[in-house]
Design a protein around this ligand. Structure first.
Ligand code: NAD
Ligand code: TDX
Length: 332
């Protein structure tokens, strides 16, 4: 049994991780979350109160962070400003949370010699051509494109420096695009699912050719637990489940599963600097630590996610109109 401090545990992937930990281990969890527009207490509803505690606070506030890190056996650091489109509109919160917040946590982990796992993204590697047979590996050079991905790259480099210079016991994982329950409706898959539920046509940026490598959030969680358990200090592990799909194919699948014509979508203004393709080679995690994903079939995982949004309208409805108004103001 371990005491985990999970930052950003009221967000999409963090809350999926907390549910996974409660279901599959006997660990206790303290969630540290600022409850920004992306955090939601309701994502932690139903979890046992004797095993999960929510502390509302900022990871960049050392006075809040220090005692929580001191009492933990391990920190699992999910908290971030996470949306590329927002980072193009207003980059400042990305620097404050992703850079200064990570620095603040690392200093506390260093002071109290606490095991640290840093959650990051494949976007730090930039993008690949559509016809490139290559996939990202742990040795691909960093080449981020957006304010979001550059601050995530910066946070990864801080973790590496704190390992090398100060002996912090840290690991890093860079994961591909996640889907599943509790994802904010600003993101691609929930935006299109809830559009269809509301009778709005799905919106594809540009030509819809861009490729993302989809993994179910629950598989991301099992990978992170595997790294916490067996990962080698100082190492980086890429997490992916061989789920490459272009955006048009995903929208057509959502429409088909909803019983709608598969061409009932709109092409809208492209994202500036839009990364073309991401693809992960997760051989290291699979061969060295023995991790395997369980959601092999994207279509059934997507159908289950669509059911979740249909059954949980009260979770997403309060944010939907504001998100659509923001996109409409940008022609998206
Ligand atoms: P999210 O935006 O859904 O959740 C982020 C959470 O962090 C929210 O609960 C928010 O309230 C909290 N938060 C933000 N700023 C904070 C601060 N200063 N102090 C405390 N809490 C704060 O994000 P997500 O999609 O769940 O992503 C979680 C992590 O996973 C991020 O580090 C992201 O870079 C990484 N990641 C995401 C994906 C993906 O597909 N979404 C893929 C790979 C990696
Ligand atoms: O309405 C849309 N239409 C559209 O075509 C939206 C919101 C997005 N898109 C496209 C842009 C991307 O090619 O869909 C793809 C996925 O977009 P997002 O959900 O915004 O994800 P992405 O930019 O790929 O980043 C995600 O994966 C990596 C997460 O948001 C990041 O936090 C993570 O690091």
């Amino acid at each position: 049994m371990a005491r985990l401090l999970v930052t950003g545990g009221a967000g999409f992937i963090g809350s999926n991780f907390v549910h996974h930990v409660i279901a599959h281990t006997d660990h206790t969890v303290t969630v540290l979350d600022k409850l920004t527009y992306a955090g939601n207490r309701a994502s932690l509803a139903g979890l046992p109160e004797d095993r999960v505690r929510l502390v509302v606070g900022d990871i960049a506030d050392a006075a809040v962070v220090d005692p929580l890190v001191a009492e933990a056996d391990a920190v699992v650091h999910y908290a971030a400003e996470s949306h590329n489109d927002n980072s193009l509109h207003d980059p400042r919160p990305f620097l404050d949370t992703n850079i200064i917040g990570t620095y603040t946590l690392l200093e506390a982990a260093r002071r109290h010699d606490v095991r640290f796992h840093h959650i990051s993204t494949d976007e730090v590697y930039g993008d690949l051509e559509l016809d490139d047979p290559a996939r990202f590996t742990e040795s691909t050079p960093y080449n981020p494109s957006s304010p979001y991905s550059s601050t995530k790259a910066g946070s990864d480099l801080l973790v590496r420096a704190w390992v090398r210079s100060f002996g912090v016991r840290a690991t890093i994982s860079n994961c591909s695009n996640n889907y599943g329950p509790y994802q904010h409706v600003e993101k691609f898959i929930p935006r299109q699912i809830t559009n269809v539920l509301r009778g709005i046509r799905p919106k594809l940026y540009g030509t819809g050719e861009n490729v993302r490598d989809w993994i179910h959030a629950d598989d991301h969680s099992s990978a992170v637990l595997t790294i916490l358990d067996k990962g080698e200090i100082g190492q980086t592990y890429l997490i992916g489940a061989d789920g490459e799909k272009d955006n048009k194919t995903v929208v057509e699948l959502i429409l088909q599963l909803s019983g709608q014509p598969t061409d009932a979508y709109d092409l809208v203004t492209d994202r500036p600097g839009h990364d073309l393709r991401y693809a992960i080679d997760s051989t290291k995690l699979r061969t060295e630590l023995g991790w395997v994903p369980t959601y092999g079939d994207f279509e059934s995982g997507l159908a289950a996610t669509m059911d979740w949004y249909r059954d949980n309208e009260s979770w997403w409805a309060p944010t939907k109109d504001g998100v659509e108004a923001f996109y409409a103001s940008k022609g998206q």
